[in-house]
Design a protein around this ligand. Sequence first.
Ligand code: KIV
Ligand code: ZN
Length: 388
Amino acid sequence: MADQLIIFDTTLRDGEQSPGASMTKDEKLRIARQLERLRVDVIEAGFAASSNGDFEAVQAIAHAIKDSTVCSLSRANDRDISRAAEALKGASRARIHTFIATSPLHMEKKLRMTPEQVLEQSRLSVRFARNLCGDIEFSPEDGYRSDVDFLCRVLETVIAEGATTINVPDTVGYAVPELYGEFIRTLRERVPNSDKAVWSVHCHNDLGMAVANSLAGVKIGGARQVECTINGLGERAGNCSLEEIVMAVKTRRDYFGLDVNIDTRHIVPASRMVSQTTGFVVQPNKAVVGANAFAHASGIHQDGVLKARDTYEIMRAEDVGWSANKIVLGKLSGRNAFKQRLQELGVQLDSEADVNSAFAKFKELADRKSEIFDEDILALVSDESVTH
Ligand code: KIV
Ligand code: ZN
């Protein structure tokens, strides 16, 4: 049996950190229900200690969601961890995700702590959290820019204290795929008892490589959890996008050899819900969920797809929640695509000569108009001899 890749969605926490993407409790609850429909394994519902609003949102989601683990972020201190545990009370499955920065830059300039203090704080926090919850995730923030020897000591310590998931963030999106994958592999090889925890990747998209880095963390590094968001929403340039990582692993199962639990038919509705809720528009050429992701405009492509969809489609539009692929009729379209649209519109021209004449009119119109709609076609065939 293939290994399972755990999908950890952080749209409601890291996604909400996008400037301008804040959501109300009810909006978060609606999105959490959609994530449960998607069969996301873990939903990071928020950062309970950050505000009363976030506390209440995590609490509401913890009560409503039955099939996914519900998680709250917390800094590595007793107060934050207690707030997270309190908000998660009553959840079918709860996880506390605690983090502290481990890179020299963050420790010195932001935390103003020595490495030894950070190590001790990590130990005590995981020990404290473990007494409140059986499922503990630990993240060394800015992990990718941390000193590897020091990071190994921290991760060894938190695993010994009972952390069950080790997440290695590329907090500032600095990694490149091969190096990030090797970094994860090195940590897994060097940290004693590394097999007692699930290894996780958390990549930001500052250089546009969040998905590629995450995939390398899985393939080269052996990570078995990916942290991601719907539409790649997130701090600055965003996080690894859920729809892309899931469809990459599913479409290239031959290469990754992993299963994911996700019911992909709910991807597009989830994308629309997040876009409408946050007001963040999805670019038309965005992979999987963009309006053009399954649209064919060139005549050669349209002809190919009409003969056999695999010619230009590696995924099925309907498998990710679109109603169908889309043949966009325009000046590049061929006679075959035009004829097919006539059939779909219920228009039967009496002879091939009529089809040719309508097609010539269509081409003439398409030179003036970038996209031809069904109404345009119906108008231009109204002069031909038509049988309905
Ligand atoms: O990017 C990051 O480092 C984070 C951590 C809090 C996991 O979001
Ligand atoms: Zn992050």
